[in-house]
Design a protein around this ligand. Structure first.
Ligand code: F6P
Length: 365
């Protein structure tokens, strides 16, 4: 059965990333000018669907935002309509399914089809909504680049650029002080940001979750560089890198919601162990949310624009339950369930890892 599309909704869910505004602009402009539709912006991700918070998006709302980081619609990684806090008992949160209520709000907003811009969490929710009959299409977003079914997500290139600039800056001070400088980058339990920025920035050691490391191998690399007269080294560490005993390091653990455990600080542990075991002076920088902010790179603006245009096209073709994706530089679509089926991790035998090794980068293995 086909639905007559007059008004579409868009929401941005999960952690923000550079390029979201480029997507919102592309969706709104394509819908308004190319297809003569109305566009509703839902505020603060699925939170706005649950709390019925939205605004009509007109051309002037999305004009002048292409170069701006963040999202004009707001976002959250908390409000899952299928697992929403509905009360407290004995200081424990009671979780409930408020998806029917959220879907009813979509009808109140007069939305005929919905664009969800998100990472694996938001796109999984989008898929569940689709299974309940909501006409949804997805757009893949995350600085982590860990979504399968797309060659790249938007936001990754900007995060990578920020991380590479940080490595460039650390190089000069590392060299002056003959120190080992560690840079911890984001990426959850995928090593894409560390692998790419470490390679682009000429790091000496890259530690990623996908490749187990030993301190002996790191010290060997640092000592070998010293022998060659290179008295400094740069170590790029993914926040999800596992210590040799297999443990992860967290900033914070969230007892009743492990999905929200915050990784962070592994470079501090690795830095002090390297200092002790390799007898070198180390300093640690944790780049944190700087990687999520700022101006999107031209690449992310273009990718976001292409994804936005494609999402509206998918809606007009009634291809609900699908996600726009990048495949060998073409913008195509895949079923949402394929996109969220498994996390895309770095393959230790991949061409980029091998190339990095060939130019002398150690992965601590
Ligand atoms: O998924 C994007 C990301 O930036 C991860 O790289 C990081 O682990 C996490 O989000 C941080 O989330 P929050 O902003 O909730 O601290």
């Amino acid at each position: 059965m086909s639905t007559k599309i007059r008004r579409i909704g868009i929401l941005t869910g999960g952690g923000d990333c550079p390029g979201l505004n480029a997507v919102i602009r592309a969706v709104a402009k394509t819908a308004i000018h190319h297809y003569g539709l109305e566009v509703v912006g839902i505020m603060d991700g699925f939170g706005g669907m649950i709390k019925n918070k939205s605004m009509i998006l007109q051309d002037h709302h999305v004009s002048g935002i292409l170069h701006r980081g963040g999202t004009i619609l707001g976002t959250t990684n908390r409000d899952n309509p299928f697992r929403y806090p509905v009360g407290q008992e004995n200081e424990k949160t009671i979780w409930g399914d408020v998806s029917d209520h959220a879907i009813a709000n979509l009808a109140k907003m007069g939305i005929d089809a919905l664009v969800v811009v998100g990472g694996d969490g938001s796109l999984s929710i989008a898929y569940e909504l689709f299974q309940k009959g909501v006409p949804v299409v997805g757009i893949p977003k995350t600085i982590d680049n860990d979504l399968s079914a797309t060659d790249l997500t938007f936001g990754f290139d900007t995060a990578l650029t920020t991380a590479t600039e940080a490595i460039d800056k650390l190089h000069t001070t590392a060299e002056s002080h003959h120190r080992v400088m560690l840079l911890e980058v984001m990426g959850r339990n995928a090593g894409w940001i560390a692998l790419h920025s470490g390679t682009a920035g000429g790091g000496d050691v890259i530690l990623i979750p996908e490749i187990p490391f030993t301190y002996e191998a790191i010290c060997r690399k640092i000592a070998e560089r010293r022998q060659r007269g290179k008295k400094f080294s740069i170590v790029v560490v993914a926040e999800g890198a596992k210590l040799p005993d297999g443990k992860l390091v967290y900033q914070e653990k969230v007892p009743d919601n492990p999905h929200h455990d915050k990784l962070g600080g592994v470079a501090n542990v690795i830095g002090s162990t390297i200092q002790q075991q390799c007898q070198v002076e180390t300093r640690v920088t944790i780049l944190g949310h700087l990687q999520r902010g700022g101006t999107p790179t031209p690449f992310d603006r273009i990718l976001g624009t292409r994804f936005g245009v494609k999402a509206v096209k998918l809606i007009m073709e009634q291809q609900f339950g699908s996600m726009a994706c990048l495949c060998r530089n073409e913008i195509l679509s895949v079923p949402l369930n394929e996109a969220v089926k498994e996390q895309k991790l770095v393959r230790p035998d991949s061409e980029l890892v091998q190339a990095a090794k060939a130019v002398g980068i150690s992965f601590g293995d």
